[in-house]
Write a protein that binds this ligand. Structure first.
Ligand code: CO8
Length: 260
């Protein structure tokens, strides 16, 4: 358990629940990303751990995605380090040998959706005010190729084409319909359903399941690793542009104003 994460590990089931608790909206900043990676690493090394449920202890929000503050008016070095940490979290979670389930108990835009898509299974609360999707273009940003690949792997090529260009956010029933989430349940049953579901997954012979998971995901992971450094340079270059910095500022101001 670290500053922004509450970890509940049940020895009897081998299932850990990671509650993201970085107020107010679980924005993924450098430190938080690192905490997530370390938590996953530790669980992977613990032989008694079989499954991981990722959820939020913030009301209404699973994760608001990347912390925009990390990208706005920061040094190129900082942005490079930040992006490496974003990649690392994706890699750790997408290639995890654990059974991973996202218990999506709130809105999950952009990199919030990324976290959910790294999991083996997604369960979302049926609140129509919650949304999930890759809305990057709406901020003037572009999702990286490996996030695009995760989306293709989840909902298919055509739906990704629509989702990415238009920066679509889906409510839970829409997300269920396109397969972006696997199950929609009443808000107060998200975690309990995730626990029931993960028990079934953990009952499958572990080694066979792990090999199968890796087999399906390997090419996507290999492709990301092959282009990892170039992708960091691209991110630094992209976020150094005046136009992108301006978009980020406008978006931050919009978020603040919306509240007032
Ligand atoms: N980063 C930093 N701060 C944020 C973020 C964020 N992503 N989201 C919200 N905040 C801040 C708000 O500014 C506000 O701050 P303050 O209290 O100081 O005014 C506070 O969090 C609370 O926000 P809200 O009042 O909006 O909270 P609500 O509960 O009403 O709404 C939402 C929650 C729905 C999550 C809403 O905050 C929201 O829509 N946030 C923005 C989500 C978003 O679009 N994120 C995208 C980030 S970019 C990304 O993840 C991927 C980029 C990858 C490509 C990059 C290539 C260059």
């Amino acid at each position: 358990t670290s500053q922004n994460i509450k970890l509940d590990f049940d020895q009897s089931t081998g299932v850990a629940v990671m509650h993201m608790q970085r107020p107010p909206v679980n924005a993924l900043g450098l430190e938080f990303l690192t905490e997530i990676c370390i938590t996953v690493e530790k669980l992977e090394m613990d032989k008694s751990c079989r499954g991981l449920i990722i959820t939020s202890s913030q009301p209404k929000v699973f994760s608001a995605g990347l912390d925009i503050v990390e990208m706005y008016e920061t040094s190129p070095e900082h942005r490079g380090e930040f992006w490496r940490a974003v990649q690392e979290m994706w890699l750790k979670l997408y290639s995890s040998k654990l059974v991973t389930i996202a218990a999506i108990n709130g809105s999950s835009p952009a990199a919030g959706c990324l976290v959910a898509m790294t999991c083996d299974y997604r369960i979302m609360a049926d609140n129509p005010r919650f949304s999930i999707g890759l809305n990057e273009t709406q901020l003037g940003l572009v999702a990286p190729f490996w996030l695009k690949d995760s989306m293709v792997n989840t909902v298919g090529h055509r739906l990704t084409e629509l989702a990415l260009q238009l920066g679509l956010l889906y409510n839970p029933s829409e997300a269920l319909k396109i397969g972006l989430v696997d199950l929609v349940v009443p808000e107060d049953q998200v975690l309990s359903t995730a626990k029931k579901t993960i028990t079934k997954w953990c009952a499958i012979p572990e080694h066979a399941r792990q090999i199968s998971k890796f087999m399906v995901r390997k090419s996507t992971i290999d492709n990301m690793l092959a282009h990892r450094e170039t992708n960091i340079q691209d991110f630094i270059e992209f976020t150094s542009r005046d136009s992108i910095q301006k978009s980020l500022r406008t978006y931050l101001e919009m978020l603040k104003k919306r509240k007032a």
